[in-house]
Every structure is written in structure tokens, then in C-alpha cells.
Ligand binder design. Structure first.
Ligand code: 13P
Length: 225
């Protein structure tokens, strides 16, 4: 079964979260996850879909202003977390080492993990895609409760999607390094979801902008069935 996760980023407070989940008609035959902002996690839990956070700290508790721990998420009923999203890497100085630590702590606490990797446009143009993916994937722990999301940075929020062939190729590279399911992310829309999701090495999608409206998110989920 394919997995489709909606990463809402810094959109939707609690009221909009409840309205979305009330309206969404999730199809059967696909695993669906929503990833609201921290402030909206509590109201999202218990409304029919697994809820993941967008980040998680490696310590159980401590003096880490602005961070949230895996046991806190577990207490809320959150089932997993995204780790190492490119926005965290690029805008908040996340490194391969912090990604590794966050993944390990989340898994240890019983959370599922969507660990993100992907090259920037400059890295792709310099022919470094393979090396970047190898380096990032090497930092990700092996675990049954972990999946990888391949999100080429140049395709995120840009409307530029990887071609199905390019996605398939990158997913094959990742799977050679790490025996896990691999989701594709980067401008996935109802119009392009089917061609991406039918690639044999594409095990699902991590959707940003198009996951914010119930109908477009449902359409992508249907394309994965
Ligand atoms: P978009 O679907 O908005 O390009 O975002 C992709 C993403 O970053 C999902 O994590």
C-alpha cells in the first residue's frame, strides 16, 4: 500500500485543522498521514487519521527552548514525525548529524519517522546529486518504522516537479543504500500524482501545498490507490 503524507508546514491553526479533517473524505487502499504544525497536533489526534509532527528533538527533555521531545509527542497521541526536511536543513541549520540524532530518538521513543533527503539545484547542476544522496542517506538509521522521502530541493514549492523517470532513478539510488520505502516530494499535485506514483520505486508522496485543501489532497490520495 502506498503512503501519502500531507506536510502542512506553517499553515493551519487548530480551527482550520479541525475544519480540514471534518471535510476530508480519505479513500481506502492508501495509507494517509497528516503533519500539522505543533500548535495543531492536539486537535488533529483522534479524528480518523494518523498524525505526525514536522520535527522532533533528540533529548527527552532539557533546556532546548523552542524544541519538542518525542515523549511529549507520544503523550499527545502523535504517531510519527518528519525529520530533516530541506526547510529545516536550509533555513534552520539542520545537519546530517542532527538529523541522525532526531531520527534515532524518535524511533527509540516509538514514533514512526519520515526522514527527508534531496539535492539542491546547484548540487544537481554540479553533478553532485549522487554524492549528496549517499551522504544524507548514510546518516539515517535503519528501522522498520522509518521511511525516506526524496525531496529534490529545486522542486519544493516551485511548481517544478521531477520527471517520473528522474524520481524513479533517485529512488533506486536511495533504495540501493537503504532498504526502505521511499516517498517522492516536491510539487506533487492532483495532475501529476498518478504518473509519479505509478513508478515502481515510488512508494508514496510527501505533499506540501496541494495537501492544504481537502479536495486536492484527497485526489492525490486516490491517485495512490
Ligand atoms: P510542495 O508540495 O509545496 O512542493 O512541498 C513539498 C514538501 O516540501 C513536502 O514536504
Amino acid at each position: 500500500m502506498k503512503l501519502v503524507a500531507g506536510n502542512w508546514k506553517m499553515f493551519k491553526g487548530p480551527a482550520e485543522t479541525v475544519a480540514f479533517l471534518d471535510e476530508l473524505e480519505p479513500p481506502a487502499g492508501v495509507e494517509i498521514v497528516v503533519c500539522p504544525a505543533f500548535a495543531s497536533l492536539a486537535v488533529a489526534v483522534g479524528r480518523g487519521l494518523p498524525v505526525y509532527a514536522q520535527n522532533v528533538h533528540w533529548a527527552e527533555q532539557g533546556a532546548f527552548t523552542g524544541e519538542v521531545s518525542a515523549p511529549m509527542l507520544r503523550e499527545l497521541g502523535v504517531e510519527g514525525a518528519i525529520v530533516g526536511h530541506s526547510e529545516r536543513r536550509q533555513l534552520f541549520a539542520e545537519t546530517d548529524e542532527t538529523v541522525r540524532m532526531r531520527c534515532a530518538a524518535a524511533l527509540e521513543a516509538g514514533l514512526r519517522v519520515i526522514a527527508c533527503v534531496g539535492e539542491t539545484e546547484a548540487e544537481r547542476e554540479a553533478g553532485e546529486t549522487d554524492a549528496v544522496l549517499r551522504r544524507q542517506v548514510a546518516a539515517i538509521p535503519r528501522h522498520d518504522a522509518l521511511v525516506i522521502a526524496y525531496e529534490p530541493v529545486w522542486a519544493i514549492g516551485t511548481g517544478k516537479t521531477a520527471t517520473p523517470e528522474l524520481a524513479q532513478q533517485a529512488h533506486e539510488t536511495i533504495k540501493e543504500l537503504h532498504d526502505t520505502r521511499v516517498l517522492y516530494g516536491g510539487s506533487v499535485k492532483p495532475e501529476n500524482a498518478a504518473e509519479l506514483l505509478t513508478q515502481p520505486a515510488v512508494d508514496g508522496a510527501l505533499v506540501g501545498g496541494a495537501s492544504l485543501e481537502p479536495e486536492s489532497f484527497a485526489a492525490i490520495c486516490r491517485a495512490a490507490t
